[in-house]
Design a protein around this ligand. Structure first.
Ligand SMILES: Nc1nc2c(c(=O)[nH]1)N[C@H]1C(S)=C(S)[C@@H](COP(=O)(O)OP(=O)(O)OC[C@H]3O[C@@H](n4cnc5c(N)ncnc54)[C@H](O)[C@@H]3O)O[C@H]1N2
Ligand code: MOO
Length: 642
């Protein structure tokens, strides 16, 4: 029996796959022209060389306010031998931009005139020919080449076109891309109200991302309706698109090896599969084909895989069609904050946050899953780990390709540590009040934050580490784990930690004691997190063994992840902050009010950006936003503890 599942063709290295695609379409780059008004040419590419039809200036023009003269009549004049000029005969008042009167060839600035009366002025220096005059054709000479073919027109260029008397220009028409989302689970958010979207259904976001990426490259797109997983329907949609007036056809989803992945079969039926599988991650299952002499690409369904595949294969095609070089990303050396193993044999596109800490730019890895769109929307850069590498060592210097301007990266406060929702409020408030300043937070738990300070890879760490001996927070931990680092401690908030349970508390959970019940499943936090330490402390206080908690060994990394586990019903209860319960409309049983502080190395405490951050947490605006979240007290916010 023929297997319904696909088997990958031999995977190609990235450079080879790019060459196969480029070789398959050698004559790309001769798109026909369309004529547009000069201002609309901004962002477009010239299909013909453009020559000026008039000069600029088109006459000799005064470059300054003053009087126009024939320079020669002023020769010999000096401070000791001032000269008198008769207005209307020797000198003519002109303003900047005026035509020079016949017979004159210089302008004397009004500041250099002694006005004797209405008809006479005196000067104390000679003028030389063409001083303060913009001569005809100084800028542009009629018939000269303004821009060559394939020049991308900028807003500046629009000025030169109009000044050169060119009011409409031939530009290359925009490459036309058809985007066909596929998948029976994919729903159109414009047609299906969000409350009708059932588990398993997925909103079509990818086709819009592809469309907007196409536009950003200078193309235009048409989005096809979602096509369900049906070989016949997918084939029909692609066949029509190829026969239509599109230059490139992109399908989304169904590129890999699942039983419902039909893209490859469709491509083989209609034309030729050039590549199936590239040794990159994300983006591995991308399909490159040729149908009726047109490029047809099967884009992977995972959003980041699709974006990487677009950047590596579709952008170069569109650029070439427009006669443009592929843009080179800006690259800078960065230092990784921790060891990052990577799979041998595939080139990984690792998304990272970047920030300048001390004298180097440090890179913190974002989630690596290809399904996480936020791993690329939150990224400042991409580190490409070569296929022959098993990963990056801690503190290794590697190259990052920038996704944001370097100045925003330099102006970023890097927070690493425990997560709290008020950090998001703080980041937003900083952006609102001090546009250029970014707060980027990575969530690795309170202990992770202290370790990041120790390694010198962050400006501050959020922490809520309880001293189980005396009930204080953070101080003793800092002394113990950062004995050699001078740090300051500033309170951010006090917050309610408690048991997060399903709406209506169906299991009737009252307190920590209930975690020992057999019918209660618990979700724990990772060790080293302040919440885990709090749980262990409370268990110890009431003499309960961790082993008696059903689910003690299952861990999540954030308060929100714990709340999601409760919401989904996979557990009955978790320990976390009130804000997380409230966000998901879950019930909450308070257990303790805890202190959440910012630990700041002394060397950054006095910096300008830190001063702004500390000023911001002391504002009424910040405090009232935090109070509105619920479960927080700002009574001691901004108080310097150490
Ligand atoms: N057995 C194997 N399974 C998978 C492999 C493999 O090598 N062997 N490769 C994995 C990799 S890597 C990727 S990437 C994905 C790509 O899968 P497909 O291109 O076949 O995409 P789908 O399975 O249809 O979808 C994946 C994922 O993306 C969502 N999706 C799809 N279209 C859209 C859209 N228009 N908007 C938003 N999201 C979309 C879809 O619902 C799925 O969740 O395959 C792995 N599997
Ligand atoms: O290679 Mo897939 O493209 O990671 O997710």
């Amino acid at each position: 029996m023929k297997s319904k599942r696909n088997v990958y063709l031999k995977m190609k290295p990235l450079a080879e796959a790019r060459k196969i695609l480029s070789d398959a379409f050698p004559r790309f780059g001769t798109l026909e022209a369309e004529t547009v008004p000069a201002p609309d040419a901004a962002g477009r590419v010239l299909a013909e060389p453009i020559f000026a039809s008039v000069s600029a200036p088109n006459f000799h023009a005064a470059a300054m306010d003053g009087v126009a003269v024939k320079a020669e009549i002023t020769f010999g004049i000096s401070e000791t031998r001032p000269g008198e000029l008769i207005i209307g005969k020797d000198a003519f008042y002109v303003n900047t931009g005026h035509v020079l009167p016949d017979g004159t060839n210089a302008v004397i600035m009004v500041e250099h005139l002694n006005v004797l009366d209405e008809d006479r002025v005196e000067i104390e220096a000679p003028a030389f020919p063409w001083q303060n005059v913009r001569r005809m054709g100084e800028d542009i000479v009629a018939t000269e080449l303004l821009f060559s073919r394939n020049h991308r027109v900028t807003p500046y260029c629009v000025g030169a076109l109009i000044e050169g008397g060119v009011f409409s220009v031939p530009v290359r028409r925009k490459p036309r891309v058809m985007v066909i989302p596929t998948g029976s689970e994919i729903v159109d958010w414009r047609k299906t109200p969000i409350e009708n979207v059932t588990p398993g259904q997925v909103l079509d976001s990818n086709s819009y991302v592809l469309g907007k990426l196409t536009e950003a490259c200078g193309g235009e797109f048409v989005r096809h309706e979602v096509v369900r997983d049906d070989l016949g329907l997918i084939t029909q949609a692609v066949e029509e698109a190829v026969k239509g007036n599109f230059d490139i056809v992109l399908t989304v989803g169904g590129s890999s090896a699942g039983s419902e992945d039909y893209t490859r079969e469709m491509m083989a039926d209609l034309g030729e599969v050039l590549v199936h599988g590239v040794t990159i991650m994300p983006g591995k299952p991308v399909l490159i084909g040729k149908i009726g002499n047109k490029p047809v690409l099967g884009m992977p369904g995972y959003p980041v895989s699709m974006i990487v595949a677009f950047e590596q294969f579709v952008r170069p095609l569109i650029c070439r069609m427009l006669g443009q070089p592929e843009p080179e990303p800006v690259k800078i050396p960065v230092e990784t904050t921790r060891k990052l193993p990577s799979r041998l044999g595939v080139e990984e596109f690792l998304r990272v946050r970047l920030g300048k800490v001390g004298d180097r730019i440090v890179a913190t890895s974002l989630p690596r899953g290809a399904g996480c769109i936020t791993s690329i929307t939150e990224a400042d850069g991409i580190i490409r780990i070569p296929a022959h590498s098993e990963g990056i060592r801690e503190h290794e210097t590697v190259t990052a390709e920038l996704l944001r301007p370097l100045n925003t990266i330099r102006n970023t406060l890097v927070a690493v540590g425990s997560h709290d929702n008020t950090l998001d409020v703080l980041a937003d408030q900083l952006r609102a009040d001090h546009g250029g300043l970014t707060l980027s937070s990575s969530h690795v738990g309170s202990m992770g934050g202290l370790m990041a300070i120790k390694r010198g890879v962050c400006h501050l760490a959020g922490s809520h580490l309880l001293d189980t001996e005396d009930g204080s927070y953070n101080l003793s931990w800092v002394k113990r784990f950062l004995p050699e680092t001078a740090v300051r401690i500033v309170n951010l908030v006090f917050r309610e930690q408690g048991l997060i349970v399903a709406r209506g508390n169906p299991k009737g959970i009252q307190g920590i004691e209930d975690l020992a019940r057999e019918d209660v499943r618990f979700m724990n936090r990772q060790s080293g997190s302040g919440t885990r330490i709090l749980l262990d402390y409370r268990l110890g206080q009431i003499g309960m063994a961790p082993a008696s908690v059903n689910g003690y060994a299952t861990e999540e990394f954030t308060h929100m992840a714990v709340a999601v586990a409760v919401l989904s019903g996979s557990v009955d209860v978790g320990l976390g902050i009130y804000a997380a319960a409230k966000a998901l409309n879950l019930d909450f049983i308070p257990v303790v009010t805890e202190q959440y502080d910012l630990i700041i190395p002394e060397e950054y405490f006095g910096s300008e950006n830190m001063r702004i951050l500390l000023d911001t947490i002391n504002t009424g605006a910040f405090k009232s936003r935090v109070e509105a979240l619920g479960g927080y007290s700002t009574e001691k916010t901004g108080e310097i503890i150490l």
